[in-house]
Structures are given as structure tokens and as C-alpha cells.
Design a protein. Structure first.
Ligand SMILES: O=C(O)c1cc(=O)[nH]c(=O)n1[C@@H]1O[C@H](COP(=O)(O)O)[C@@H](O)[C@H]1O
Length: 281
């Protein structure tokens, strides 16, 4: 398969050129209503197109949340396909937030769906769940290496319920979140300028100094805005790993729509706060 330059290298360059902000495309029914759109496929299409047109030529990463498209069945998926292609054509990297995870043979099909260059949903990276065992993700790791794409593995999620699984301590004394970070560090060893296998680590989690976040890969950090974290929290949460953090904001930006200028201004405010916080480290 002809492949792209590795995702980690493409992401590092995009972050250097455009800043680290990742804007989520999360067409909640409540946001469609706030934007004066119907909760139907036409509303979904208009919402997603507006965000892509406003953002894809300026932010490093766009992260469509697949659930809000799947809600409308095959016609919703068709909107998702178009949005991904438009966003990539305009220069944004697309992280598909589908949080897939299954036994290896099924995981291979999920990987083909999102990370094979000939798939209609081909994206630059995919969020995946390692809770069937990290090794169950190996078909996705292999295809990502082949196609120049990446993964974001749920390690320490932003939601308060995540701790029951992720903070559980193994017989060797390490907890599950730390174990996932360890797998990713091994995956990214020796890669320059940045590995392609990232972790999802919530910006809401407070002091994470007991974790080794230096995985030589990107750290997708949701939780800024609607979930209560701020850009100013990032250095305290991530320490020296903050330069590899890709902070995600969805509702915090999207609530400023549907006007494209106001969406851009909101994203620029978050981007500026992130630059100020990360630059100060
Ligand atoms: O993988 C994710 O993106 C994710 C992981 C996590 O731990 N927490 C989390 O909120 N997310 C996603 O990030 C987005 C956050 O949206 P807002 O809270 O509106 O900014 C949603 O699409 C979530 O599904």
C-alpha cells in the first residue's frame, strides 16, 4: 500500500504551523437546535459543513465524533464521509473519534474502515479502546504503520467514571492507565520527531505527576470548555509532556455557531490561551 508520511510527523508539523488545538465536530441535538437547524440529516449536513468550512484551513486537527453521525444511519455516515474528505482536502488532520475496540480479527475490520487509504471513511487517526486487552489492537497498530496513520488509545479518560477501570491496580503494582501508557511508549520508541501512537488523557484529571506521560507520542486531551478544564490547567496536568498535548474543545467552540466568524473567533481564543499556557512551560 502506498503510504503517507507517518501520522506523528504530520501532526508535529501541523501543530508547529497551526498550533495544537483540536476542534471537535460534535453535532449534539441540542446544538442543532441552538443553531436553528432541524434534528435531521439536512441539519447534520449543514452543521458539519459549517464547522469544516470555518475551521479546516486553520486548525491542526478536527475530530468528528462518529456517534452523532451514526445516529442518522447510512445517510449520517454519508455526511461523515464527506466531512472527513473536505476537512482533509482543506489541510486539517482528521482524528476519527469512534472509540473502537474488539477482538483482534474484528478489530482488523474496524482498522480497515478508518485507516485503509481506499476506505470512504479514511482518516488520519482513530480513537480506540484497549479494554479488550492492548494486544487486541495490534491489527490497527499494524495497519496504521502501513498507511501512515495513527491511533489514540484511551488511557486516562476525562470522565469521572473512568477511574474504576483505569486506576485499578494490577498484581505488579502498576495501574491500568499507566500500563497503557507503557505500551504506547514502547510502540513509539525511536520515532522522530514524534510517534504515531497517542494516548487519550483528560485535561480534567488534575496532577498526573505519578504517571510517565513521556510516551514520545501525542496526548489527546479532551475536557477543556464544557467539561470544566481550561487551557491554563494544561502545564499542571501534563508537566514536561505538555508540548505533545493536543487539546480538544468541542462544545466550547461549537456553541458560538452558526456564524463562521464567531466560531473562528472562539477557536482563536482557545488557541491563544493554549499557546500562552504551553509557551510558558
Ligand atoms: O476520545 C475522546 O475524544 C474523548 C475521550 C475522553 O476521555 N473524554 C472525552 O470527552 N472525549 C471526547 O471529546 C469530546 C469532548 O467534547 P466537549 O466536552 O464538548 O468539549 C467528545 O467528543 C467526547 O466523546
Amino acid at each position: 500500500m502506498s503510504s503517507l508520511e507517518p501520522f506523528g510527523a504530520r501532526l508535529r508539523r501541523a501543530m508547529d504551523e497551526r498550533g495544537a488545538l483540536c476542534v471537535g465536530i460534535d453535532p449534539h441535538a441540542s446544538l442543532l437546535a441552538e443553531w436553528g437547524l432541524n434534528d435531521d440529516v439536512a441539519g447534520l449536513e449543514r452543521f458539519s459543513r459549517t464547522v469544516v468550512e470555518a475551521m479546516a484551513d486553520r486548525v491542526a486537527v478536527l475530530k468528528p465524533q462518529s456517534a452523532f453521525f451514526e445516529r442518522f444511519g447510512s445517510r449520517g455516515i454519508a455526511v461523515l464521509e464527506k466531512s472527513v474528505a473536505q476537512a482533509r482536502a482543506a489541510g486539517a488532520l482528521v482524528v476519527m473519534d469512534a472509540k473502537r475496540g474488539d477482538i483482534g480479527s474484528t478489530m482488523a475490520a474496524y482498522a480497515e474502515t478508518f485507516l485503509h487509504k481506499d476506505s470512504p471513511l479514511f482518516s488520519d487517526a482513530l480513537t480506540v479502546s484497549p479494554y479488550l486487552g492492548y494486544g487486541s489492537l495490534s491489527p490497527a497498530v499494524a495497519l496504521a504503520r502501513e498507511s501512515g496513520t495513527g491511533l489514540f488509545v484511551l488511557a486516562l479518560t476525562s470522565n469521572p467514571e473512568g477511574g474504576e477501570v483505569q486506576h485499578a491496580v494490577r498484581t505488579d503494582g502498576r495501574n491500568i492507565g499507566a500500563t497503557m501508557l507503557g505500551h504506547l511508549a514502547a510502540e513509539n520508541a525511536g520515532e522522530e520527531p514524534l510517534g504515531s501512537f497517542g494516548a487519550v488523557v483528560g485535561a480534567t484529571l488534575g496532577d498526573l505527576s505519578s504517571y510517565d506521560l513521556d510516551i514520545n507520542g501525542p496526548l489527546l486531551a479532551p475536557g477543556i470548555g464544557a467539561q470544566g478544564a481550561t487551557a491554563a490547567d494544561l502545564p499542571a496536568v501534563f508537566g514536561s509532556a505538555v508540548r505533545n498535548v493536543v487539546p480538544n474543545v468541542s462544545r466550547g467552540v461549537l456553541r458560538h455557531g452558526p456564524d463562521a466568524g464567531r466560531l473562528r473567533a472562539a477557536a482563536e481564543r482557545f488557541a491563544e490561551e493554549i499557546r500562552a499556557a504551553v509557551g510558558a512551560v
